[in-house]
Design a protein around this ligand. Structure first.
Ligand code: DLL
Length: 433
């Protein structure tokens, strides 16, 4: 079902007109109300009057995560504090959180974005949405909650964790949709089987999973284990949370809510705007945000955009599932490696599960060493060491051929690697530079 056909199926020329009108409003507003942007505009020698068409976007300054941290907590507010009704934050790695502050209208629009997301996954009024994203400062819980309420579904606010209770509720209340991180979905699927339940007796039929990278093969595993259709959904705290883009029933690229968030792809080194189809850093301008609007926010996420006529009827531009992040990229002895590439290799090899951890060290020779801990399925973890050695050697060879780096592979028993109820921790970097 298409939640908002007017917005989602609008002819592209009409959408461009709407985007331009909203962009002009936005630029005037931040120039007037946010000293940080006024200063940035002045440094570039531009004013809102220089924005005549969407191509003029390239004249505008970028906003970075550092800018957000430097203006913490309220430096980017474009409305009086009294108009803010909710705050969310993500902590990231440096400790200074990035903040998103929402007005009432921002929350409504968030619910609208997530209503579109859930509808793409077949969500309707009579659905029972088991929301296992964490509630709190993280945007997953509240975002999915607002979306489920907007479509009029029954939302069960489970939050993350408490796996046995999740299974009991899913069974007893007949949850039809699940929202959580993909790693937790997989974990839940395994726990359901281990508890001796037959998943076919559950009513679950779809799940909206995001907030961390996952691969096509991981989708297949989740779909199999939970007996559902699994949809990729994307978003980030800085520009609202989930509900920025999501997959429709074609499961082939994520439709971006372009009327709300204007996407660009840039070369992460030069900042040049790249053409459709080219891989680069995803940049968003929040076209309707009131509380903390952002101009050309550099997400550090790597993807490409493509517009094609989607059989689902939506006309919005799509983004490819993420290839990685500019700051997730590991440089191992000079070779660029993304954790998602490791996952792709592992999942294609029979006998392994997508539970893995990459450990980086720097040995006495001062060279980077990569070790990958890989969980082996119970049935392969026999006493027969030869079989395991064959598997280990196979993974090592595949990693070398697909990624171009050597990794020491350590096979471990099922459930050795710590499970996460939220985002999985895939990399432990112990290198001292
Ligand atoms: O993760 C918002 C969210 C909640 C998205 C629930 C989807 C579902 P942050 O904690 O600020 O916000 O993290 C944002 O997570 O820049 C990406 O690097 C990554 N990410 C989000 N969705 C996906 C996805 C939420 N579908 C950061 N695939 C983003 C891969 C994702 N990475």
């Amino acid at each position: 079902m298409i939640w908002n056909p007017e917005a989602e199926c609008m002819p592209p020329y009409a959408r461009k007109r709407l985007q331009l009108a909203n962009l002009k409003n936005l630029v005037e507003k931040v120039y007037d109300k946010v000293p940080f942007y006024r200063r940035k505009f002045e440094e570039l020698g531009i004013t809102p009057r220089d924005i005549h068409n969407l191509e003029d976007m390239a004249k505008l300054p970028f906003t970075t995560k550092d800018d957000l941290r430097e203006t913490y907590p309220y430096g980017l507010l474009a409305v009086p504090e009294a108009e803010i009704e909710e705050i969310h934050m993500s902590s990231g790695t440096t400790g200074i959180p990035v903040v998103d502050a929402y007005t009432r209208k921002d929350i409504e629009i968030w619910g609208e974005g997530m209503a579109r997301t859930l509808s793409m996954a077949g969500g309707r009024r009579n659905d029972i949405v088991q929301n296992a994203y964490g509630y709190g400062l993280f945007t997953g819980g509240m975002g999915a909650h607002y979306g489920a309420k907007t479509i009029g579904a029954n939302v069960i606010p489970m939050s993350a964790g408490n796996t046995q209770k999740q299974i009991q509720v899913m069974k007893d209340f007949g949850s039809t949709m699940l929202t959580c991180t993909p790693s937790y979905a997989l974990f839940l699927g395994e726990a359901i089987h281990e508890a001796g339940h037959n998943i076919r007796e559950f009513r679950l039929r779809a799940g909206c999973f995001g907030a961390e990278p996952w691969s096509e093969n991981m989708r297949k595993e989740i779909e199999l284990k939970l007996n559902i259709k699994a949809y990729d959904i994307y978003g980030l705290t800085e520009i609202t949370g989930p509900g920025v883009s999501s997959e429709c029933e074609m499961q082939n690229g994520l439709h971006i809510n372009e009327d709300l968030f204007y996407p660009e792809i840039i070369d992460p080194v030069t900042g040049q705007v790249l053409a459709e189809g080219e891989k680069g850093e995803l940049v968003f301008t929040t076209l309707t945000k009131e509380g903390t609007p952002l101009i050309r926010y550099r997400t550090r996420d790597i993807t490409c955009l493509f517009s094609e006529s989607c059989p689902c009827g939506r006309t919005t531009i799509k983004m490819h599932r993420l290839f990685g992040r500019t700051d997730d990229m590991l440089i191992i002895r000079g070779v660029n490696v993304f954790p998602s590439q490791v996952e792709q290799v592992l999942i294609a090899i029979e006998g392994t599960d997508p539970h893995y951890q990459i450990i980086l060290t720097r040995g006495e020779s001062h060279l980077d060493e990569m070790e990958i801990m890989v969980e082996v399925q119970e049935k392969f973890f026999t006493d027969e060491t030869r079989g395991l050695e064959v598997l280990r050697a196979k993974i090592e060879t595949e990693i070398r051929s697909k990624l171009g780096v050597h990794a020491k592979i350590k096979l471990v028993e099922p459930k050795t690697i710590e499970r996460s109820i939220g985002k999985a921790k895939r990399v432990i970097d112990k290198r001292v530079i």
